[in-house]
Design a binder for this molecule. Structure first.
Ligand SMILES: NC(=O)c1ccc[n+]([C@@H]2O[C@H](COP(=O)([O-])OP(=O)(O)OC[C@H]3O[C@@H](n4cnc5c(N)ncnc54)[C@H](OP(=O)(O)O)[C@@H]3O)[C@@H](O)[C@H]2O)c1
Length: 325
């Protein structure tokens, strides 16, 4: 099979495509012919050796895919050859085939294409866990989403709306904000041409927002924390700006605000039952059309440099995927 391989930590441009042996499923494992694989900002960090968890090279990156079961190991009862599935994995998705434990495999919802299924796991599961378990977002509360047109940002808008919140989307261009609005945001803020803090105060009549969803970090973070309401929750999702923010502790004291870290990958590994429950709840939202993965760009594996550049150049709206079949 062909695979995109990271031979040493560094730029995504240094990845290579090679032909390697097809993986063989062992007991309890399933082999999947991958039709599409989701591309996420953290892939760039993993390839650079800057992610929280390091895999020693050589390795095949990519943490989510969708495809067709092409082989099963001993003891598999839930899947058969030919089933269309979604798979969540820790590395190995940027290849024509992968082998994983059956616990990481789920039926592809009938409403979804392979591309949508491939782009579902990381972003939706992160935002659902963040807004449900970490923020305890309530109907009628106000949610501010930074980087709102990006991968996790768009899913936070959709899930926030599905949970009954008023959603304010903030992003760096009017084009991105139009996309956020089409995803369901109630109001928008372009943070390149105004003070985020002032804009939030204006939109909330001075009350502030109940929950901040921040995958960007950098200078915006402190402004967003300042703009929280009493008992506000600021969710630390990621640092796409490249800068990890630092906060004066008085900002938390003044509002009895909480700064809550979110790491879905590790939370789901420690809480398989909570993750299963989240997936069940999201399945209902997919079935009734409230959640619809927005695939805006597709790339062949050979176009990997272009694909990753779209993320690092801050161009992506919604979700981008590799197509492999
Ligand atoms: N905590 C978790 O469990 C978890 C899970 C998944 C992802 N994450 C993190 O969430 C963050 C976003 O991931 P994503 O896949 O949604 O990425 P993405 O699609 O590339 O979106 C990131 C957004 O950040 C903003 N941004 C600001 N400065 C940027 C820069 N220098 N380069 C790129 N984007 C920049 C951009 O919005 P504007 O142009 O509008 O500012 C962009 O839309 C990453 O830090 C990732 O590691 C965390």
């Amino acid at each position: 099979m062909r695979a995109l391989i990271c031979k040493e930590f560094g730029s995504t441009d240094s990845l290579v495509i090679e032909t390697v042996d097809d993986p063989v499923p062992g007991p309890g494992e399933v082999r999947i012919d991958i039709h599409a694989a989701g591309i996420n900002f953290p892939d760039i960090l993993v390839i650079a050796g800057q992610y929280q968890l390091k895999t020693p090279p050589p390795f095949i990156p990519g943490n989510e895919a969708a495809g067709i079961v092409s082989g099963i190991g001993d003891g598999i009862t839930r899947f058969s050859v030919g089933d269309k599935v979604v798979v969540m994995l820790r590395g190995g998705a940027f290849a024509e085939k992968c082998v994983v434990n059956e616990n990481l495999v789920f039926p592809l919802p009938s409403q979804m294409t392979f591309e949508q299924g491939a782009g579902f796991s990381v972003t939706y599961c992160t935002s659902y866990h963040a807004l449900k378990q970490s923020a305890n977002l309530q109907p009628g509360e106000t949610l501010l989403v930074l980087g709102a047109a990006g991968g996790v940002g768009t899913t936070a808008i959709e899930i926030g709306k599905a949970m009954g919140a008023r959603v304010i989307a903030a992003a760096s261009s009017d084009e991105k904000l139009a996309f956020a609005k089409s995803t369901g945001a109630d109001e928008t803020i372009n943070y390149t041409d105004c003070s985020l803090n002032d804009a939030i105060k204006e939109l909330t009549d001075g009350a502030g927002v109940d929950v901040v969803y921040d995958p960007v970090g950098g200078e915006m973070a402190q402004m967003a924390l300042r703009a929280t309401a009493w008992h506000g929750r600021y969710l630390v999702i990621g640092f796409a700006s490249g800068e990890i923010p630092k906060f004066p502790a008085n900002l938390a004291l003044l509002k009895e605000a909480s700064i809550v870290g979110v790491w879905w990958g590790t939370w789901s590994a420690k809480n398989p039952q909570g993750q299963a429950q989240n997936l069940q709840e999201m399945a209902a939202m997919i079935a009734d059309g409230r959640l619809k993965p927005k695939i805006t760009e597709t790339y062949r594996l050979e176009e990997f440099k272009k694909a990753f550049r779209s993320i690092s150049d801050r161009k992506v709206k919604g979700k981008i995927v590799f197509t492999l079949a």
